[in-house]
Design a protein around this ligand. Structure first.
Ligand SMILES: [Zn+2]
Length: 222
């Protein structure tokens, strides 16, 4: 998870939100468990704006999402806050792992980190990584609950993160080999840049990559 700077509301949503919400409220009168229309909040322009906010990554786990994997999640569930069904600030881009989050009754969103509210510093004060495995910082209840709520420790995510780490490791070891062969004590500027690139927010699993590189290749950060 990384902090997400939310861009401005897409025009289509600003224009239609009240109309869509009114239709949804009317439907709820006869059918209280009705869902908002996903073809409306999932409008291409809305999805594209969300993708621009996170560089095409899931807001929660930082997986890069292909066209078929992009889901739009209501951060506060519709059953809890139907009035937020078409609220721009309640729409988050998600993968299906994280969209399948634990319900409000098990862990509410107030008990977990919110990538749109919490800064990178706050996120890192609460969650970290041991290689590809996500873990809470010592004593952080919010870290524990965030990991549980969004299933950030699922086997699927461990596998994806592990593959990504292998890619980074391969590159880092090639650089180290080159340094040894050339008798250098320091990586070149280009070599440092190519590894630090993995820590940038547009990259998948950038927080994990930062933790991993800081732990194993400390000299890159000085
Ligand atoms: Zn995800």
């Amino acid at each position: 998870m990384r902090h997400i700077d939310r861009l401005s509301i897409p025009g289509i949503l600003a224009e239609k939100k009240e109309e869509w919400q009114a239709k949804f409220e009317a439907k709820r009168v006869t059918s209280p468990s009705a869902r908002p229309d996903s073809s409306k909040y999932g409008n291409l322009k809305i999805r594209e704006r969300l993708e621009a906010c996170s560089c095409g990554k899931c807001f929660y786990c930082e997986s890069k999402l292909s066209d078929t994997q992009r889901e739009i999640d209501h951060f506060v569930e519709v059953s809890i806050a139907p009035e937020l069904a078409y609220e721009w600030t309640n729409l988050y881009l998600s993968c299906n792992n994280c969209n399948d989050k634990l319900s409000h009754s098990e862990i509410s969103v107030e008990e977990a980190l919110d990538p749109c509210r919490d800064s990178d510093t706050v996120i890192q004060e609460n969650i970290t990584f041991e290689d590809e495995c996500i873990c809470s910082q010592p004593g952080s209840r919010i870290g524990v609950k965030t990991i549980r709520k969004f299933r950030l420790n699922s086997n699927l995510l461990d596998l994806k993160r592990s593959k990504w780490l292998q890619k980074i490791m391969k590159e880092a070891l090639a650089i180290r080999r080159c340094m040894i062969e050339e008798g250098r004590k320091e990586a070149t500027k280009e070599e440092k840049y190519s590894l630090l690139r993995y820590t940038q927010p547009d990259q998948p699993y950038s927080l994990m990559s930062e933790v991993f590189l800081k732990k194993n290749f400390r000299h890159l950060f000085v």
